[in-house]
Design a protein around this ligand. Structure first.
Ligand code: ADP
Ligand code: MG
Length: 482
């Protein structure tokens, strides 16, 4: 959770007059901003507020399992929401629906210091093997201890990246893989892998200063440092790190000042043989808007891609995650999911989680019907997550056509093609109506969209070059599902 978003539903909101419903409603508003829609619907909507007294909000959850899951995965979001709504004295207690009479109420104190963290403090558990460190006690690596090599499944698609990650963990800064640049589509394990390196290094070398952060956090911290005149301090801090892990470096494109600063930090660290690990959704050479000096440095070490999982790997992932979650799930269900969710490991995981929650909510077993229902829901969530603009961007980037041109009146051949393809995919991949799609492309009407879609469909049969472009683009779009 990098940029934690806070916006209260009822403003002005007077906490001294609030009741359980309004407190919880405000919490939900904040939580909703900070988790994926599926997570929100699955885990937070079923919660009911019970009472609110003396700054303590009591909520009711359907099962103990629900609480454990939320506590393990979304604890920090829940904490922050409660502190934002109730204030620093805010506390939470819970009861379980089906155990009404057993006073199984557990108080968790969440009134921790709210002001300290400008860097996200994700993990609730301490990193193992990091106990006897001589480091500054306040040093926070930001690593999530759940991301480990032990639970990172091997497959063809991640072979090189994984092997390199292993080598780096043994000898941080000392291999020729510096920087190590991991790239690939959404939900394929980049964050998991680069954090696994950090966790492994801390296990082996507890004294090393390892820090993980998203490019957004890095940028936000930098901006804050500028505002408070602490740029030197900021720079010195990063120059003293042993292992710097920065996620989603593509978000640095277009941010010239931050790039410049990062360039200097990069050089200092690299010269001192400190390990730098970066991830990105695309290879270095495709990072438009990134300083050429940085791009050339990104290529100094090793750039390894992660490809979507093949069928066998999808099966392996489902089996291993099911075990991790303590689920019993039959082979035909595993195979069904592996055949229907193909491009993204996060979605495979999401599917299991959602089945687990639904089954637990209704006290039912996990059946193939449930699997079908949830696979369908995931497909429709996907549609909601992808915008017409996302699609246009992907199409235009691929065809090398300026994005704003597709909205113009131009009849130039390649621009017409980009426009028609964008409309075609917008129809396939979003829930937008033909009218809305038309409006997105310079206010054209719905019949233009129908015409675009049917010309693409007609051409697919006898234009093998176009057919190939459509397949490639489809894969690209699927990789961008959020
Ligand atoms: P990315 O950063 O590429 O978008 P993540 O690292 O966030 O993807 O991975 C998405 C989810 O899938 C995470 O929960 C992660 O643990 C899981 N995952 C990804 N790759 C693997 C793998 N090879 N083995 C096990 N789990 C994986
Ligand atoms: Mg990631």
């Amino acid at each position: 959770m990098d940029n934690f978003k806070v916006q209260l539903a009822d403003i002005p909101f007077d906490i001294t007059k609030a009741d359980a419903n309004s407190v919880w409603k405000n919490c939900l508003t904040i939580i909703k901003e900070n988790v994926k829609p599926m997570t929100f619907n699955t885990w937070f909507l079923p919660i009911r507020p019970v009472s609110f007294e003396n700054n303590v909000i009591k909520i009711q959850l359907p099962t103990q399992f629900f609480w454990e899951w939320i506590d393990e995965h979304y604890n920090h979001i829940l904490n922050k929401a409660i502190l934002s709504v109730i204030g620093p004295e805010g506390k939470l207690t819970y009861v379980i629906t089906d155990e009404k009479e057993s006073e199984n109420e557990l108080k968790i104190s969440i009134a921790k210091n709210t002001e300290t963290n400008s860097v996200s403090t994700k993990s609730t558990k301490p990193t193992t093997g990091n106990g006897s460190s001589s480091k500054d006690i306040n040093f926070n690596s930001n690593l999530n201890p759940r991301y480990r090599f032990e639970n990172f499944i091997k497959g063809e698609g991640n072979q090189l990246a994984r092997a390199t990650a292993g080598a780096i963990s043994d000898n941080p800064g000392e291999t020729s893989f510096n920087p190590f640049f991991v790239y690939g589509g959404v939900g394929l394990g980049k964050t998991h892998l680069i954090q696994a390196i950090g966790n492994r290094i801390l296990e082996k070398f507890p004294d090393k200063k390892v820090i993980y952060l998203s490019t957004d956090s890095f940028t936000v911290e930098f901006v804050e440092a500028i505002q408070s005149n602490r740029v030197n301090e900021f720079q010195n801090f990063y120059r003293n790190i042993d292992v710097l892990i920065i996620d989603d470096i593509q978000f640095l494109t277009g941010k010239e000042k931050t790039q410049d600063l990062f360039f200097h930090i990069f050089n200092t660290l690299h010269q001192a043989r400190k390990q730098i690990i970066l991830s990105s959704d695309r290879p270095p050479k495709e990072l438009k808007g990134m300083d050429e000096r940085l791009i050339s440095r990104f290529k100094w070490g090793l750039a390894a891609d992660i490809q979507p999982p093949e069928y066998e790997m999808r099966i392996a992932i489902l089996k291993s995650k099911a075990e991790e979650f303590g689920m019993t799930i039959s082979t035909d269900i595993v195979e069904y999911i592996a055949s229907n969710i193909t491009s993204n490991i996060r979605e495979l995981e999401g599917c299991l989680i959602k089945m687990l929650a639904t089954a637990s909510l209704n006290s039912k077993d996990i059946s193939i019907d449930l699997a079908r229902k949830i696979v369908r829901e995931i497909a429709s969530d996907r549609k909601l997550n992808l915008s017409i603009d996302d699609i246009t961007k992907i199409v235009c980037e691929y065809l090398n056509v300026p994005e704003n041109k597709v909205r113009d009146k131009t009849r130039k051949k390649e621009i017409v093609m980009a426009r028609q393809l964008s409309m075609y995919f917008a129809k396939e991949f979003t829930k937008a109506s033909l009218k809305t799609i038309g409006l997105h492309f310079g206010g054209r009407d719905h019949s233009t969209v129908i015409h675009a879609c049917s010309s693409i469909e007609a051409a697919l049969n006898d234009d093998s070059q176009l057919a190939e472009i459509v397949v490639k683009l489809k894969n690209k779009i699927e990789l961008h599902y959020k």
